[in-house]
Design a protein around this ligand. Structure first.
Ligand SMILES: NC(=O)c1ccc[n+]([C@@H]2O[C@H](COP(=O)([O-])OP(=O)(O)OC[C@H]3O[C@@H](n4cnc5c(N)ncnc54)[C@H](OP(=O)(O)O)[C@@H]3O)[C@@H](O)[C@H]2O)c1
Length: 342
């Protein structure tokens, strides 16, 4: 696991629990207290050769260099801070002929592109089979695919366009960075292009705003149909059958869902899902309005686990979902959340 930040530490917890995988360890770059957290979690910690002194001076027990860890690995899950994945690929993975999964903060196109596909397990799991380099879509992009694909399959050409407004959290629970009292807009939300990478025919428009909250993302999705929008019951029936989509009825805001996950003792306080807020799902003339919350830190963790099964084990999707569900207990936790927010 190259990187041990908000996403890397969650990925490390899950991948190290999978008995089928020999988990080599995590890479740290800064000798800070998160190194102690990694060691306390019984992970072997590897550091870049050039940073070794920093760690030994701080008395952290390091297992070796990053370069040595990569040499031992068949695949690297890169959880680097945004934009570092490209340099890691060029400096380490490509010369050492190692496969890698990159996270959603990396570029899919342009001169710093790290891979030629973005994975969304609901849409293109099979396409990742045996590939060397794949990007796991970001939390928002993962959530959008999970909602849009089943609707596209059910209603096909009847759908005219999707308009999505993403309300993004400012920081994650663990972040110490200050939140500015401001609602900020995004000049060029990457989510639109990213989703169209795996759903190229979707007529999709995305706007994104950042708000001073730590409690999940909220998506307002408006879907315009050629004629009348389907009924609420029909839509709920389709979405309720989806893996990692919970149908809730009584949450008042994103914090209710996050606090519930913490209270129920879910690992890292994550639900690892999207949550449809049924009480505000509306159909009006030709428009369907869906409001859902997207667990910013948790969404991509089972997605990475599925992606690895496609890339490394070339496992059929049904079996991979079964395995990921056993490890993450997604279906069980979905039922619990649905009961809690009945
Ligand atoms: N946070 C979310 O909710 C979220 C959701 C979905 C996707 N993502 C994506 O996941 C990726 C990681 O995000 P994050 O929130 O986990 O970031 P983060 O908390 O800022 O952590 C970034 C980590 O990268 C490490 N690092 C620094 N230089 C590196 C390098 N050259 N190679 C590898 N790692 C390096 C840092 O190590 P040190 O601490 O040792 O300096 C740190 O542990 C990004 O692409 C992001 O867009 C994030």
């Amino acid at each position: 696991m190259n990187g041990y930040g908000n996403i890397g530490r969650r990925l490390a917890t899950m991948f190290s629990a999978d008995k089928e995988i020999q988990f080599i360890g995590v890479a740290k770059y800064t000798a800070d207290k998160k190194t102690r957290d990694a060691l306390d979690s019984k992970f072997d910690v590897y550091v870049p050769k050039s940073n070794l002194k920093q760690f030994t001076d701080s008395n952290y027990e390091v297992s070796g260099t990053l370069e040595e860890a990569i040499k031992q690995s068949d695949i690297i899950v890169d959880a680097a801070k945004e934009g570092c994945g490209f340099d890691n690929k060029k400096r380490l993975y490509e010369p050492m002929k190692k496969a890698a999964i990159f996270q959603g903060g990396e570029d899919r196109s342009g001169s710093r592109s790290v891979a030629n596909m973005i994975h969304n397990s609901r849409v293109n799991y099979e396409k990742a089979s045996g590939k060397m380099y794949v990007i796991q879509g970001s939390c928002n992009v993962s959530g959008m695919g999970r909602i849009m694909q089943p609707l596209a399959e059910k209603f096909g050409d009847e759908i005219e366009r999707y308009d999505v407004t993403i309300v993004r959290r400012w920081a994650d629970l663990e972040d110490s960075k200050e939140m500015r009292d401001s609602v900020e807009w995004d000049r060029n939300p990457h989510h639109q292009k990213d989703v169209k990478d795996f759903m190229p025919t979707a007529n999709l428009f995305v706007e994104a705003y950042r708000v001073p909250s730590r409690m999940m993302h909220v998506h307002q999705m408006l879907i315009r149909f050629k004629t009348k929008a389907p009924s609420k019951d029909t839509v709920i029936e389709v979405l309720s059958k989806q893996f990692g989509v919970a149908i809730l009825n009584s949450a008042k805001g994103s914090a209710d869902v996050r606090r519930k996950a913490l209270m129920l003792g879910f690992q890292h306080g994550d639900t690892n899902m999207v949550h449809i807020h049924q009480e505000v799902l509306r159909d009006q003339d030709d428009v369907l309005k869906i409001l859902y919350t997207d667990d910013q830190t948790g969404m991509v963790i089972p997605e990475n686990h599925l992606l690895l099964q496609s890339m490394v084990f070339r496992r059929p999707k049904v079996e991979a979902i079964k395995k990921t569900d056993t490890l993450f207990q997604i279906s069980r936790r979905k039922r619990i959340l649905e009961q809690e927010f009945e």
